[in-house]
Design a protein around this ligand. Sequence first.
Ligand SMILES: [Zn+2]
Ligand SMILES: [Zn+2]
Ligand SMILES: [Zn+2]
Length: 166
Amino acid sequence: MSKILVAQHNHKSCIKQALNSAETICKQKKLRLTPIRKRIFELIWSNHKAVGAYDLLESLHLEDPKAKPVTIYRALDFLLAAGLIHKIKSLNAFIGCLRPEISHNAMLLICNVCQQTDEVEAQNIYQNICQIAENNAFLPQNISLELHGVCNSCHQIQEIDLNNLS
Ligand SMILES: [Zn+2]
Ligand SMILES: [Zn+2]
Ligand SMILES: [Zn+2]
């Protein structure tokens, strides 16, 4: 289970670990992590914030002014299919998966203040949802759990601000 402590973590090692897992997974699944797919994966991993396709295109334009939206969308489709990133549907944005090597039912915790996104295992919630669906003779095909709120760091900052006011 992950808890991203923004101020106290070495993000370079996060990126390194993410790239290593991506390479291993692609090798195992016989998928081709082409340079452009890898670059977009790295851009998504620039931080732990949700990033949209348009922002990715803007970043890519700094390196290659001829980069086209379709390049981004194809790379995103590949990374999603390979299980290397998650799509945040409520924001139409993306985030690097923290545990791509294990199949998991993630719930995304999205901070409304800083857009940091964490993921936690939510197997029991998925089971409950499937049970409810079954009870209603409904076949679930796509479950996504996205929780919006305030992350721990932003919560602490807000508390400090409130204390300074009083
Ligand atoms: Zn990190
Ligand atoms: Zn994940
Ligand atoms: Zn936050």
